[in-house]
Write a protein that binds this ligand. Structure first.
Ligand SMILES: Nc1ncnc2c1ncn2[C@@H]1O[C@H](COP(=O)(O)OP(=O)(O)O)[C@@H](O)[C@H]1O
Ligand SMILES: [Mg+2]
Length: 362
């Protein structure tokens, strides 16, 4: 069992900052997902925990002990990568027991651990096969197994499912979560896939260009994103961010003015000192095509995805507004002028158009 702490950790490669002043604590037993686009510094964060990269500044602590100067092999962490890196000439059983042999664990004990882990990962029937005789998903489970047999205090997983096809990814991610829950081993899991992050993480740390943007549970991240980057990164399709200003309607009630019309200002923002230019954040599933809606838009295209339809529309200034609706509702035609309503105007979020930060509501 272990905690992992980052205190003001920075890492540069030449002139470029890969990780910029990271402060973060992974709780004991937690599965924390690091999420962000390619190149934002996720792997560098993991590699610094493993001891494969050294921070330029700051402290990394595992179980409250500073490990900056501790050799990788003495850190008691196990890392699983996207590529499986199994020994091709060894059977599954021998691959699994490899870390144990190296540590000089006795044969009887080795066999017991390997058969337990094989059972857990549904590898028992495959123990005598070579990696070339396995599917991608099976190979990745062997790689996981090889990390587990060591009983490390920390698991580090760097996009371990990227090489698997979609169905296998879904299945394997559920297995990893179940396994982590059972072992309760503190885990940092890196992915650029927001669905993977949302379904797996106890908490998610969203990174952009080396900077931590927000650390929160999946639920909070989705409902209260800290800024426009997080809002636009999560959700499929992501949150609509509509440029507008705050003002009064002709009847004198507070509204958000957009190019396609007005939305009522949520009561939590009324009376606050608001920025002049804002983005109104509305999830696509919180919008409905409705002749009585307050926004007018033109349909660009409707994407039919089985149970749901994404109606992509353009507001008069050309900005996109996406409505996610059930497949059994009428689908607007291309170039059709439509009206759209916000189902729950109180759920609209405001972001400062200059800073991109979410405006704190009352
Ligand atoms: N060994 C290295 N040498 C030079 N630049 C590197 C090295 N490793 C990573 N970087 C750079 O650091 C940044 C973060 O990389 P990385 O941590 O691999 O991002 P991610 O895992 O989020 O895709 C990128 O701009 C990458 O090009
Ligand atoms: Mg990476």
């Amino acid at each position: 069992m272990a905690t992992i702490e980052f205190e003001n950790v920075s890492k540069r490669f030449g002139d470029s900052v890969a990780v910029d002043n990271l402060n973060l604590t992974v709780q004991d037993g937690e599965l924390l997902v690091l999420l962000g686009p390619s190149g934002c510094g996720k792997s560098t964060v993991l590699r610094m925990v493993a001891g494969l990269d050294e921070p330029d500044e700051g402290l990394i602590k595992i179980n409250q002990e500073t490990v900056n100067d501790v050799e990788p092999r003495d850190r008691d962490v196990a890392m699983v990568f996207q590529s499986y890196a199994l020994y091709p000439h060894l059977t599954v059983a021998r691959n699994l027991e490899f870390p144990l042999r190296r540590r000089g664990v006795e044969q009887a004990e080795r066999q017991k651990i390997v058969s337990d882990v094989a059972e857990t990962l549904q590898l028992t029937p495959l123990l005598e096969r070579k990696p070339a005789e396995l599917s991608g998903g099976q190979r990745q489970r062997v790689a996981l197994g090889r990390a587990i047999v060591r009983k490390p205090s920390v698991f580090l997983m760097d996009e371990p499912l990227s090489n698997l096809d979609a169905a296998l990814r879904v299945e394997t991610r559920a297995q990893i979560v179940a396994l982590q829950r059972r072992l309760m081993t503190t885990t940092m899991y890196v992915t650029h896939d927001q669905v993977e992050a949302m379904t797996m993480g106890d908490r998610i740390a969203v990174m952009k260009a080396g900077v931590l943007q927000q650390l929160a549970t999946p639920k909070v991240l989705y409902s209260l994103p800290a800024n426009v980057f997080v809002a636009g990164f999560l959700g499929n399709p992501p949150m609509n961010l509509l440029p507008g200003t705050v003002g009064s309607s002709t009847e004198g009630s507070p509204v958000i003015r957009l190019t396609g019309g007005e939305l009522p200002l949520p009561s939590a923002y009324v009376g606050l000192n608001l920025p002049e230019a804002v983005f109104a954040g509305v999830r696509p599933e919180a919008l409905t095509v409705d002749p009585d809606g307050s926004l007018s838009a033109v349909t660009t295209i409707a994407e039919v995805l089985g149970s749901e339809v994404h109606v992509i529309t353009a507001l008069p200034d050309g900005s996109h507004l996406i409505v996610r609706q059930d497949a059994d509702l009428p689908i607007p035609e291309r170039n059709e002028s439509i009206r759209i309503r916000a189902d729950d105007p109180e759920s609209i979020l405001l972001f400062d158009a200059l800073s991109g930060e979410r405006v704190q509501a009352r």
